[in-house]
Ligand binder design. Structure first.
Ligand code: N01
Length: 545
C-alpha cells in the first residue's frame, strides 16, 4: 500500500507503509511484534537504539542491573525459558541484552525490525486516518495503527545546572553512557543523584576511582539485594514448576510469583510478630521488604513509620562513619518509606567507610554551580575528571512530549498534556486516534514488571486490534470524559495511599513545572481489571468509525 501524498509532510513521499508500526524494542515492543505477526498484520518495529532491549540497551552505565529476581523478569513462554539460564538472581545489563538476542533467535524478530531508527515526528492524518512517522535521518513510515512501546524511561532528565556546559571533564547522563564505555579507574568521579542509577554507578566507581564524591539531594532508601549466583542445575529443577510460577506471577497480586504480604495491619500485630515478618522479608532481599510485609505499610503513615525505622536502623548499622548517618538514613523520614522506588544495593552503604569516598549532602551544602574544574557547593569546590548525571528521567510522559507528536487537528501532545495527562485507562489518549500506549502514562507501568505487563496489557491491545479488524474500522478515538474519570481514579489512589506525599517521578514531581499527579496506578490487579471491564463492555470509552 502506498502512503497518501501530503505536500506538508516532507517525509511522506517515500514512506514505508504498514498496518501497524511499533515504536520501541523492549519487552512490550518485541511481544507485540511476535503476536501481531502471528495474527497476520503487516507490522514493522522501529527502534532508536542499535540493539534490542529498550532501557537495557540504553542504560549501559557500569553496574546497571535489574531489581526483580529470577524468574520474574522474563517472558513466560516455555520456548524462551527452557534453554535459557541466568548466572545471577538479579541479572546484570549485559546478560539482559544477551537475553533479548536470545528471544530474537527464538522468535526470529529481527527481519521485521529497523534499528537505529529514531522517530522524530508522528503526525495523524485526518483524511487517511493514518499516522505518518518521520525519522531523524529523513526516512518515513506510514501506518493505520501506531503502538508506542517507548516505556517509562526513554527521556533522560538533565537538570538545568548552572555552568554545566563549562565543565572541562567528561560528563554523561547514565542513560546516555558512551557505547565504547568510560574508564573510571584512577579518576576523580562525581555522581549527582542517588536513585537506582546513582547507587549502581557508585558501587562500581568506589573500588576503582581515585576519589568518588556523591552529591545527594534526597536520601534513597536502598534495600539489600541479596544477590547470589545461580547454577544451571538449580534452574533446571526450578523449571519443572515454571508453568505454575508464571501463572502465579501473572495472577493477582501481580508481578512476583513469591511475594507474600501479610493481610493484616503492621499496627495490629505484636512487636515480635512484626519484627519476625520484617526480618524475614529483609533476609529474602529485593523488593520483599518494600511490598511484601503488611497490608498498610504503603497506605498508613504510622504503619509506614515502622517500616522506615526498621530500614533506618538496619542501614545505620551498616555504616561505621556515624557522621553520615543523618544524611544517608535520617532520624525522621524525609518522605514515607517506599513512596519513591527503593533501589537495591549490594555494597552501597559500605562504600562510605572507604577513605576515597565522600558524601556531599546538598540539603545542607547546596549546589552553587558547575565550574570548569568540578562541582561548587556551599562546602567548597570538588574537583572532578568525570561527572555522572544520575538524575533520572522525564518519566512516563517525556517519551511523548519531547517528540513532534500531533494528533487530530494537528494538536501537539505536549500541548494536550501541558496541564497534566488524561488517558483512557493508560492505553489511549483522547484526540490521538489509532494510537495505543503500552506501559505508558497512567497504566500500571512502574508497579508492574515489564514482561508481565508486556504479556497481559499486550494481549488486551491485540484483542482491541482484532476487534477493529473484525469490524473493518479504520479509526478509533477515546472520550475525554472517560479519560478524566481515569485520572480521577489515579488521584484517588494518590490520596488513599502514601504515594501522593513524595516528590517522586511516580508523581511527576522530579521535573520542574510538570503537573503533580500520580502517573502510574499502584496496583497492576486493579489496572488489568479495568482493562478487562472496558473490553467486556464493548471497549467502553472508545469511539470506532
Ligand atoms: O532516577 P531517579 P534513576 N540536583 O529519578 C537527583 C529505574 N531504574 O535513574 O530525589 C541534585 O530515581 C534526584 O534527587 P531527588 C527505576 O524504576 C531501575 O536513578 O529528586 N540532584 C535523585 O536522587 C528507577 O526508579 C534500575 O531530590 C538531582 C536522582 O537525581 C528509575 O529507573 C536501575 C537533581 C534521580 O533519581 C529512575 O532511576 C536504574 C538536581 N537538580 C533505574 N535532579 C534497576 O533495575 C535530580 N536529582 C535496578
Amino acid at each position: 500500500m502506498d502512503a497518501p501524498a501530503d505536500s506538508n509532510d516532507a517525509h511522506s513521499y517515500d514512506a514505508h507503509s504498514y498496518d501497524v508500526v511499533i515504536v520501541g524494542a523492549g519487552f512490550n515492543g518485541l511481544y507485540q511484534l511476535k503476536r501481531l505477526r502471528e495474527a497476520g498484520w503487516s507490522v514493522r518495529l522501529v527502534e532508536a537504539g542499535s540493539g534490542l532491549g529498550g532501557v537495557w540497551h540504553n542504560n549501559r552505565y557500569p553496574g546497571a542491573r535489574v531489581d526483580c529476581h529470577v524468574p520474574n523478569y522474563e517472558y513466560s513462554m516455555p520456548e524462551i525459558w527452557e534453554d535459557w539460564n541466568w548466572t545471577e538472581r538479579f541479572p546484570g545489563r549485559e546478560e539482559l541484552v544477551a537475553y533479548f538476542d536470545h528471544v530474537d533467535s527464538i522468535w526470529n524478530l529481527s527481519p521485521d525490525i529497523d534499528l537505529n531508527t529514531r522517530i522524530s515526528s508522528a503526525h495523524f492524518d485526518e483524511v487517511s486516518d493514518r499516522w505518518r512517522l518521520g525519522v531523524d535521518d529523513g526516512r518515513a513510515y506510514d501506518c493505520q495503527w501506531l503502538l508506542m512501546c517507548t516505556g517509562f524511561g526513554s527521556a533522560p532528565y538533565v537538570p538545568d545546572l548552572a555552568g554545566l556546559a563549562d565543565f572541562d571533564g567528561i560528563t554523561h547522563h547514565t542513560a546516555q553512557w558512551p557505547l565504547e564505555g568510560l574508564a573510571l579507574e584512577g579518576q576523580r568521579v562525581g555522581i549527582i543523584g542517588t536513585g537506582a542509577s546513582g547507587v549502581q554507578v557508585a558501587q562500581e566507581a568506589a573500588p576503582v576511582a581515585e576519589h568518588l564524591t556523591l552529591f545527594q539531594r534526597t536520601p534513597v532508601y536502598a534495600l539489600p539485594m541479596a544477590q547470589r549466583s545461580l547454577t544451571v542445575e538449580e534452574q533446571t529443577i526450578a523449571k519443572q514448576d515454571y508453568l505454575d510460577v508464571f501463572r502465579r506471577r501473572n495472577a493477582p497480586p501481580g508481578s512476583f510469583h513469591d511475594m507474600e504480604r501479610v493481610n493484616r495491619s503492621a499496627l495490629e500485630v505484636t512487636e515480635d510478630e512484626r519484627l519476625e515478618v520484617f526480618e524475614d522479608r529483609w533476609a529474602k532481599g529485593g523488593f520483599h521488604f518494600w511490598v511484601g510485609t503488611f497490608k498498610d505499610t504503603l497506605s498508613d503513615l504510622d504503619a509506614n513509620r515502622l517500616s522506615y525505622e526498621f530500614w533506618r536502623d538496619k542501614t545505620r548499622s551498616r555504616i561505621r562513619d556515624e557522621s553520615v548517618h543523618e544524611s544517608l538514613a535520617p532520624t525522621d523520614p524525609p518522605y514515607p518509606f517506599g513512596t519513591k522506588r527503593p533501589s537495591l544495593e549490594q555494597t552501597f552503604y559500605d562504600i562510605f567507610d572507604q577513605p576515597n569516598v565522600s558524601l556531599v549532602d546538598l540539603k545542607t551544602d547546596p549546589l552553587i554551580e558547575i565550574t570548569e574544574a568540578g562541582v561548587l557547593t556551599e562546602a567548597g569546590l570538588v574537583e572532578l575528571d568525570v561527572l555522572v548525571l544520575a538524575t533520572g528521567f522525564d518519566a512516563n510522559t517525556g517519551g511523548f512530549t519531547r517528540l513532534d507528536f500531533r494528533g487530530a487537528d494537528g494538536v501537539l501532545i505536549g500541548d494536550a498534556w501541558a496541564d497534566g495527562v488524561d488517558t483512557h485507562i493508560g492505553v489511549a489518549a483522547p484526540g490521538f486516534p489509532n494510537m495505543l500506549m503500552l506501559y505508558g502514562p497512567q497504566s500500571a507501568g512502574a508497579f508492574c514488571n515489564g514482561p508481565v505487563c508486556a504479556e497481559l496489557q499486550g494481549e488486551w491491545v491485540i484483542g482491541l486490534l482484532d476487534h477493529v479488524r473484525q469490524n473493518e474500522y479504520t479509526r478509533f478515538d477515546t472520550d475525554p470524559e472517560h479519560a478524566a474519570q481515569w485520572s480521577g481514579e489515579l488521584a484517588g489512589w494518590a490520596d488513599k495511599t502514601l504515594f501522593g506525599k513524595a516528590n517522586s517521578w511516580y508523581m511527576g514531581a522530579n521535573i520542574p513545572g510538570k503537573r503533580r499527579q500520580l502517573l502510574n496506578i499502584p496496583s497492576s490487579d486493579v489496572y488489568l481489571e479495568a482493562l478487562a471491564d472496558c473490553a467486556a463492555a464493548g471497549y467502553e470509552g472508545f469511539r470506532f468509525e
